[in-house]
Design a binder for this molecule. Structure first.
Ligand code: ADP
Ligand code: MG
Length: 262
């Protein structure tokens, strides 16, 4: 008897579905209504594979955040297909989209920490959202230790540096072991060294947990962590390249650790 084949996704016959975290087909997106209706994304086609770190670049206003929030089930898919972690988002209702979000870690530039809560309490809140009430303090403290904040767990955001706050946000995004991490300019507000530390932590945790990271950045200093770099221009996916191809095409001089402050 021959073994049964792995499950396959209908739109990507060459790959088993469980290797693909995100599959986008013919995705369009519009803002506004009537005369003010404006198309922000045009016919996006994209696959993100398990364990990959994909960096998304592109000029301001090119649609990066719009695409990220669609993939994160924070916006409604109107035209095209968007499969995230095995679920088609087109046609999903609000409650089902909330469920999808539980498997996604979000890291934004404005880290949105609660000022009145300590670092540990901010991370514990994420644990509570998934119903994990047992050992939540322990899990939060462990994750904060992983991002180098073992001695800051009871500090409030006002008493943490920019890099430390961003690391709390990373701990919060990762504490539930999401299969997909969506990060929107996570290093934009950080100095060189903190920015580098933050992406290194994300990279290590992604490889350990075999999750997918899609990260928007303008930061040339961190391109080398990517397996792929995609470039969005005027709402269209213009290129999909390795970091070296991207560096050659954009005349970025060095693409190795030597360009970074250690
Ligand atoms: P990026 O993140 O690449 O800077 P965005 O995804 O934020 O770009 O925006 C893409 C386009 O959509 C821009 O033209 C922007 O003005 C427009 N846009 C973004 N958000 C809204 C909104 N809430 N209402 C109307 N237009 C928007
Ligand atoms: Mg943006």
């Amino acid at each position: 008897m021959s073994p049964s084949p792995p499950p396959r996704s209908p739109a990507s016959p060459d790959l088993p579905l469980n290797h693909v975290s995100v599959q986008v087909r013919g995705l369009n997106y519009f803002f506004g209504k009537g005369d003010l209706r404006k198309q922000a994304l045009f016919n996006i086609n994209l696959d993100l594979h398990r364990g990959q770190i994909v960096i998304m670049t592109g000029p301001s206003g090119s649609g990066k955040t719009t695409l990220l929030t669609l993939i994160g089930a924070l916006r409604t898919v109107e035209q095209g297909s968007l499969q995230v972690l095995g679920r088609e988002l087109h046609g999903l209702g609000h409650r089902q989209r909330v469920e999808v979000r539980r498997n996604i870690g979000f890291i934004f530039q404005a880290h949105n920490l609660f000022a009145s809560l300590t670092a540990a309490q901010n991370v514990e809140m994420a644990v509570e959202l998934t119903g994990g009430l047992r050992h939540k303090r322990q899990r939060a403290v462990e994750m904060l230790a992983r991002v180098g904040l073992a001695d800051r767990v009871d500090y409030k955001p006002a008493n943490l540096s920019g890099g430390q706050k961003q690391r709390v946000a990373i701990a919060r995004a990762l504490v539930n072991h999401p299969q997909l991490i969506l990060a929107d300019e996570p290093t934009a507000a950080l100095d060189k060294k903190s920015g580098r530390d933050v992406v290194t932590i994300m990279q290590e945790l992604a490889k350990e947990e075999n999750c997918t990271i899609l990260m928007v950045t303008h930061d040339n200093r961190i391109l080398d962590v990517a397996d792929r770099i995609i470039n969005l221009v005027d709402g269209r996916l213009e290129s999909d390249e390795s970091p070296q191809q991207f560096a050659d095409a954009h005349a970025i001089k060095a693409l190795d650790g030597s360009m970074f402050v250690m």
